[in-house]
Design a protein around this ligand. Structure first.
Ligand SMILES: Nc1ncnc2c1ncn2[C@@H]1O[C@H](COP(=O)(O)OP(=O)(O)OP(=O)(O)O)[C@@H](O)[C@H]1O
Length: 368
């Protein structure tokens, strides 16, 4: 396996020698918020608490002043910072950091984000800076990027269920974000509502985040890399494509399949396998949801164009370039059939709240 500290003992048995503690252990993927990790439970838990800590007011690498913690991920933390070299603008940024010795994915995130910024891709944060800062007990890699607003997961929870125009509008933007990442030569491999957020400046623009599990699918000559015969499970069980359940090499099709599961969840509120506990059980649900009663349960209540989208994605092969436009057109057609236009529930809610506040102000505190 590619990780520095864990060696694959036998891929078929999914047994690993944890090179931190030396024990032979089973893959602990589903135990830990459905994220694939290459460690035994104990080492992973220790690692979770072993992330760089920066305190308010501390200046990282002589430049980035810490305001507060924004969030924590599996291997690192994200802080709100200001640039001490540009005090006038008072711009705030997000600084993502991991210990150098434990850096799993941050270097790759830096690479992907830099590439997306260079190519002026619209559905990404902007890359600002990357470097190494002092931290106890060791140095920490960091990446500075522009700020995001709430994630789709949070907005979905807060708004309850998205209205159909909102689900369709969000779906189209997520699809464009995926097309953009493919256009710079990478698969995302962890498409899910937690990994999309709205832009801080424009709450109707959706941004894709977290490139820790990305994989370059093109070689240096721009050809599609040959598939590996067996591949470890990557991503999040609930949204994982069939190929991941079968340990096959993922492709652009797989990001679209994952996007589709997310799309159905955002449209209906949940997926039929939300209660499934095991990876294999979830895989079985996904297999059955393609035909007969399974299909009715899966897509019942969704626009009929969803069936066509599923059929289209399913017939794509490893080397095929997806026709993103075809899917966009089907989503547009669904909008048209129901006489809908682009809409974002949280923007609407904010507008209504503002109107109420204005009325209250105009009427001395009372709505009449
Ligand atoms: N650009 C940003 N602006 C504001 N907050 C951010 C930004 N990037 C990340 N965050 C916050 O930090 C959290 C963790 O970020 P991210 O998902 O990128 O980290 P991770 O370590 O890869 O996480 P995970 O292990 O869950 O995949 C996010 O949920 C979000 O709350």
């Amino acid at each position: 396996m590619e990780n520095k500290r864990f060696r694959l003992e036998n891929p078929l048995e999914k047994r690993f020698q944890c090179l931190t503690c030396g024990n032979l252990v089973l893959f602990a993927s589903e135990d830990l918020h459905s994220r694939v990790v290459k460690s035994c439970f104990d080492c992973f838990t220790k690692e979770m608490t072993n992330i760089p800590e920066f305190t308010r007011g501390e200046v990282i690498d002589g430049r980035w002043k810490v305001d507060r913690l924004l969030g924590m991920g599996g291997f690192g933390a994200v802080f709100l910072v200001t640039d001490t070299k540009d005090v006038e603008s008072a711009m705030k940024y997000a600084l993502k950091t991991e210990y150098v010795s434990q850096s799993h994915n941050l270097k790759q995130e830096v690479y992907v984000l830099k590439l997306a910024t260079q190519h002026n891709r619209q559905h990404f944060c902007r890359f600002v800076h990357a470097g190494i800062g002092e931290n106890r007990p060791e140095k920490a890699f960091y990446l500075v990027m522009t700020l995001i607003g709430h994630t789709l997961e949070k907005l979905h929870k807060v708004c309850g269920r998205f209205t159909l125009p909102c689900a369709l509008s969000v779906g189209m933007q997520c699809l464009t974000a995926i097309e953009e990442i493919h256009s710079i030569g990478f698969l995302h491999r962890d498409v899910k509502p937690e990994n999309f957020a709205v832009s801080k400046e424009d709450e109707s623009r959706v941004i894709i985040i977290d490139f820790g599990l990305c994989r370059q699918y093109l070689d240096e000559k721009g050809r599609i890399r040959l598939p590996r015969p067996i591949v470890g499970f990557r991503g999040t069980v609930r949204y994982a494509p069939m190929s991941s359940h079968l340990r096959r090499e993922p492709s652009r099709k797989c990001d679209l399949e994952t996007w589709f599961y997310q799309q159905v969840e955002l449209t209906k509120g949940s997926l039929p396998w939300r209660q499934a506990e095991k990876k294999d059980e979830t895989g079985m649900f996904k297999e059955r949801c393609r035909f007969g009663v399974g299909l009715d349960i899966f897509l019942g209540g969704c626009p009929r164009q969803y069936v066509e989208i599923l059929r289209y994605i399913d017939q794509l092969g490893y080397y095929d370039e997806p026709d993103y436009n075809k899917i966009h057109n089907l989503l547009r057609m669904a909008m048209k059939c129901f006489g809908l236009t682009e809409k974002y529930d949280w923007v609407e809610a904010a507008r209504k709240a503002e109107e109420t506040a204005q009325l209250l102000r105009a009427n001395g505190g009372l709505v009449v």
